[in-house]
Design a protein around this ligand. Structure first.
Ligand code: MN
Ligand code: MN
Length: 418
């Protein structure tokens, strides 16, 4: 009975959201049903994996907070999730927490994980069945290994400002390097992804009878006695040695498209109000389903009114504070203030802008679920629209329209906003 009420309620909420974003209700209902199924499946997987690991050293101190789907004051979906304040799932050598559509309902198109690895700690060999992985290193260093379906194997070291991208299903591992903890954000192109329900090799081997492993690897069954009996997820080991400068002849088999992009080393677009540094598949050809950018906004600056025609935007606030307002049509908008550790979300097509709060620079990671970055700036649109049309549209004097058309398209000049 409760299930029926919940389902009806979810459908009503989905319809309200669909209307707010101008989706057709039939499509919305179909999406809603498949989303509910996926959501239920992933939560079952997550609770199953939590149950199976509860007897080990793995511990979750408290449940992650779930935010309301709809903000009652604005009638808009909630756009803020305080990921940094959520309990971390602790493992030997590492820890992580996540924002998914389960605890942050608006984030249907993208999910994110904040992960910490101590030097030598290994996020084990694994892959993802339902999402590609786009990552940004905030602090420290790590080594990533990845295999593609053509058998190419790549090993690369990453540091602050570096990005990796693994197409859906490519096998990979991540290990902390150096002498400080490594912190990186993982972003996935499905909101129903859970980092705690991935395909880990230790889990698979533990699930497979020793007789089968014996046949598969051509080794005696007894060889598998000491293998883990359940998923390892993260294990603490020694820091690996430096990568060889000149690999042995014939030992190197790198893929034609590298999984690493050094975003921090790329020159950003510089404006008086801040900088915008973008990587999409035009610079990083393997990243066909995702793109990302680092925005650095000066005090008093604003990221001007714009929208993305082809993607949702998932944000992680790294430094400083900013307010974001998202416009949802039908006279509705929602404003939230964000600080370090917070996650923001803008559904595809919704107009939005950001304003720096306080006198500190604000740094934001923005990730999109499209390999090609697209935006339409309101200022640019108005600049290209005939004045007479705008006079009719707004019913205001030509002098005002003339001023309206002069603004810069990315960040406003902070001096003007003081
Ligand atoms: Mn992964
Ligand atoms: Mn945006």
């Amino acid at each position: 009975m409760m299930d029926m009420i919940d389902t009806k309620f979810s459908r009503a909420v989905a319809l309200a959201v669909a209307c707010a974003f101008g989706l057709s209700s039939a499509a919305a209902i179909a999406d809603d049903y498949s989303n509910l199924r996926e959501s239920a499946m992933s939560s079952q997987q997550a609770s199953a994996s939590e149950a199976s690991s509860s007897a080990s050293s793995t511990a979750v101190s408290a449940a992650a907070e779930t935010v309301a789907a709809i903000d009652p004051a604005s009638g808009m979906p909630e756009i803020k999730y305080e990921l940094g304040k959520q309990p971390l799932k602790e493992h030997p050598g590492g820890a992580s927490n996540e924002a998914t559509a389960k605890n942050f309902p608006i984030s249907k198109g993208l999910a994110g994980v904040s992960m910490f690895l101590k030097p030598g700690a290994l996020r084990e060999l694994h892959w993802h069945a339902n999402a590609a992985e786009w990552a940004y290193v905030i602090k420290g260093h790590c080594r990533v290994t990845v295999i593609d379906p053509q058998g190419h194997h790549e090993i690369k070291d990453f540091g602050p400002g570096d990005v990796w991208y693994f197409p859906r299903g490519h096998g990979h591992s991540i290990q902390g390097l150096g002498n400080e903890e490594c912190h990186f954000m993982l972003v996935f192109d499905s909101g129903y992804f859970s980092e705690f329900a991935t395909f880990s090799v230790s889990d698979w081997l533990a699930q497979t009878p020793p007789s089968v492993l014996s046949k598969n690897f051509g080794m005696p069954e007894s060889s598998f006695k000491t293998f883990p009996k359940k998923e390892v997820y993260i294990s603490q080991g020694p820091v690996p040695p430096p990568l060889p400068q000149d690999p042995e002849p014939g030992s190197d088999n790198p893929p034609p498209l590298t999984h690493r992009f050094r975003l921090g080393a790329k020159a950003p677009v510089v404006t008086p109000g801040g900088t915008f540094n973008l990587v999409d598949q035009r610079q990083f050809p393997i990243s066909t389903t995702m793109s990302g950018a680092i925005l650095k906004m000066k005090p008093y600056a604003m990221r001007q009114l714009h929208w993305h025609p082809n993607a949702d935007e998932w944000q992680y606030y790294i430094k400083g504070r900013a307010k974001m307002t998202v416009f949802g049509s039908q006279g509705r908008s929602i404003t939230r203030e964000f600080g370090p550790g917070d996650v923001g979300y803008v559904p595809m097509g919704c107009g939005h802008y950001l304003e720096t709060v306080g006198n500190e620079e604000c740094e934001v990671l923005a990730v999109f679920n499209s390999g090609t970055y697209e935006e339409i700036s309101l200022t640019e649109w108005l600049t290209k629209t005939p004045e007479r049309l705008l006079e009719t549209n707004f019913g205001v004097a030509p002098k005002i329209i003339n001023e309206l058309q002069k603004g810069p398209p990315i960040f406003s000049n902070p001096e003007k906003s003081k």
